[in-house]
Design a protein around this ligand. Sequence first.
Ligand code: FAD
Length: 376
Amino acid sequence: MGHLNATALNEKGTSVAVGAGAVWNDVYGYLDGFNLAAAGGRNGLVGVGGLLLGGGISHFSPRVGWACDGVVGYEVVLANGTLANISTTSHPDLYRALKGGGNNFGVVTRYELKTFPQGNMSVNTFSYDVSQVGAVFDAFNDVAADPNFDPYVSLQAGLLYSSAAKAWSVSASAYYTKPVLHPEVYSGFEALPSISNTSSITSVASLAAENPTPPLNWLFATLTLGTSSETMLDIFKTLNGSLYDFNPAGGVTWNFAFEPLPSVMLSKSAATGGNVLGLNPEDGNAIVLLFSALWPNSSSSDAIYQQGRDTFAAIEKVAEGKGELRKFEYLNYAGPHQTPLASYGADSLNFLRHVSKKYDPTGVFQHKVPGGFKVW
Ligand SMILES: Cc1cc2nc3c(=O)[nH]c(=O)nc-3n(C[C@H](O)[C@H](O)[C@H](O)COP(=O)(O)OP(=O)(O)OC[C@H]3O[C@@H](n4cnc5c(N)ncnc54)[C@H](O)[C@@H]3O)c2cc1C
């Protein structure tokens, strides 16, 4: 798909057509020149194709919703080989199913994405000694739980554990989608004793243009929590207890990123025709946890998968015990043992099955496409 990477703004500049094989660097690099942006991945090397089919958390999500909510049209090759243009007015059922339904419905060849004015933004990075972990979670939760969630916030609190060094590091990547140095909303992070604390202004395109991630083995899993720094701390203690002495051949780096999932973000989808994620703004602010492991030595893979599954089950139990586990599993962060489409709820899953049977009655995308999460 990589050659289908063209980008073209419409005449009024209100939407951009993007080839489905583009990466986000292509999109931001193009739109920056017009002082515009579209909602997409934060890392510029991630593909437009997969991110938009699974939802998509962007820097702009509290302002404009999931990245998939910003898709105003799809060009899709259907199971019978025909090329179709999908929008709210043409194939509205398929239009909604593509917003979170993954690779079950067709090969998307082009997306039409809504654009919005966007200048530079601010990048605030903090790193802390692990002794500060509880205070960092408190600062994170103060932002994430705020009923008046600041729509310019784009925040991640990160925990990294290197099995070889037996060392944790704690960080906050606190972006703000306005060019404001040291935004007030992050004063809780500023107040803590840090190892480093930087604030700078940059363009969306330069921020996305990260170095490529090393070609290591990679495991993802995810869960969604209510906003509770106490639960985050209990999760950290469980992770530490479970992972501290596990050091397979070649080592493994565990990476845990907590990200706000505010109601204000979920409230945006209704205006754009809805998605299938089954999330309700009335459920209140939440937090998505991306649980991941990276390791170089493939001979350690079985041991790491097993350790990852056991550790993940332990933290899920902690969240459940605290009454903070939500049902949603974000598809783009989900592991192979998870069932993100079922986590959307029975109504969404039945809808996805119905749409799949309508547009792909013989199950081409169920049986002939490897990978992804299937609806049948
Ligand atoms: C370094 C890194 C940073 C990330 N940052 C973010 C982030 O900021 N926000 C976020 O929400 N997620 C993020 N993710 C997760 C990301 O959304 C998923 O990994 C997603 O699957 C990436 O899509 P892709 O097209 O690059 O991957 P691929 O592996 O190519 O595709 C993923 C799935 O989508 C299907 N697919 C891809 N293109 C098409 C198409 N054109 N038509 C039909 N099916 C298709 C594939 O069959 C596959 O099942 C990140 C991941 C990484 C590795």
